[in-house]
Design a binder for this molecule. Structure first.
Ligand code: ISE
Length: 343
């Protein structure tokens, strides 16, 4: 089977990472063209990774020499590019969120459902992380009884300069909004509250940080989620599921434990790149293999829609401080039996 020629849109932090992994680590694909809102950055990436062409996003999507597209541009432009990919019937890997509003996500979802086949794989990489998968298996095995509560934390040492209250939910918390219902075996979120108190001084004037989200699932599981994107010390993701006869948590540390001079030390993950490196590799290799085989697996546009709809409700709750119910459209038939990795 010939190598998949991928066109990458977006050369910011995650875009550059994905280009590096396709060019240096993964198999079966190469980056054939790159597009960016910053032509300078696109040129730099092309030079660094030997990418033959730099073009506009619109041209890249429609270029017959490009077999598949990877979108790593901001959520606000996802709708426009995803719709163009669907129109050209090109498989597309899209970074989260599917779109930055629930309405936009619905439009994308309906366009894919109308096309009648899965062309979108969404970048919810936590579903490819070994420890998240093991946690899910344990919870879903029922060996500890029903899940009752989840305590989750999403801490990031330094969010981007442009981070605001909206991004705190749609770019950071969106991961847990997606993955926690999945860890519970597919128990959708039904309601949310978002609280904020004292803000870290470095975030003052930009956003409330940290924020505490209280989420409820359809079956009544309560989730408390702390999102703190200026925590300074490291990238710290934790999750404990409390069941009737036991609890299960993600492992706490990255390194061996060093005991010395009456102290015990473990190193924190520096950033998301390091924490999820293996998961990122695996999700993109799945996309490459799926696109080459003409059958995509992994997180779907429906998963992206559910998360965006819940995220949108959280934004309302963030403003009102009140409990907000979460409503979803009816699931199109295309996604009803969606199976495969990360499902
Ligand atoms: C960032 O935007 C991401 O995409 C990361 O996955 C997330 O964990 C981080 O907190 C965000 O800043």
């Amino acid at each position: 089977m010939r190598e998949l020629k991928i066109g990458v849109i977006g050369t910011g932090r995650i875009g550059a990472e994905h280009i590096r992994r396709i060019q240096r680590h993964l198999s079966g694909a190469g980056v054939a063209a790159v597009a960016s809102s910053s032509p300078k950055r696109a040129e730099k990436a092309a030079e660094l990774y030997g990418i033959p062409e730099v073009m506009t996003a619109e041209k890249l999507i429609r270029d017959p020499g490009i077999d598949a597209v990877l979108i790593a541009a901001p959520g606000s432009v996802h709708e426009q590019y995803l719709l163009a990919c669907l129109e050209c019937e090109k498989p597309v890997f899209c970074e989260k969120p599917l779109a930055d509003t629930g309405e936009s996500s619905r439009i994308i979802l309906e366009a894919e459902a109308d096309a009648g086949r899965r062309l979108i794989q969404l970048g919810f990489m936590r579903r490819f992380d070994r420890h998240h998968r093991e946690l899910r298996e344990l919870v879903c095995s029922g060996s500890m009884g029903h899940p009752l509560m989840v305590h989750a934390v999403h801490r990031n040492p330094r969010a981007g300069e442009d981070f605001d209250d909206r991004m705190e939910i749609m770019d950071a918390a969106i991961h847990e909004i997606d993955v926690v219902p999945w860890l519970l075996g597919g128990d959708p979120l039904a309601a949310c509250r978002v609280l904020h108190g004292r803000t870290a001084s470095c975030a003052e004037g930009k956003l409330y940080d940290p924020q505490l989200m209280i989420l409820e699932t359809v079956s009544g599981v309560l989730i408390d989620l702390e999102v703190f994107t200026h925590c300074d010390y490291g990238y710290d993701i934790s999750c404990e599921v409390v069941c009737e006869q036991g609890t299960v948590s993600l492992p706490a540390s990255v390194s061996n434990i060093v005991r010395q001079g009456s102290y015990r030390r473990v190193r924190e993950y520096d950033f998301w790149k390091e924490r999820y490196q293996a998961a990122f590799d695996m999700e993109l290799q799945h996309f490459i293999d799926g696109a080459r085989a003409g059958a995509l697996e992994g997180p779907t546009a429906w998963d992206g829609y559910m998360a965006a709809a819940a995220g949108e409700a959280c934004l309302l709750a963030q403003k009102s401080g009140k409990r907000q119910e979460i409503c979803y459209m009816e699931q199109p038939a295309l996604y009803q039996d969606a199976e495969g990795f990360g499902r």
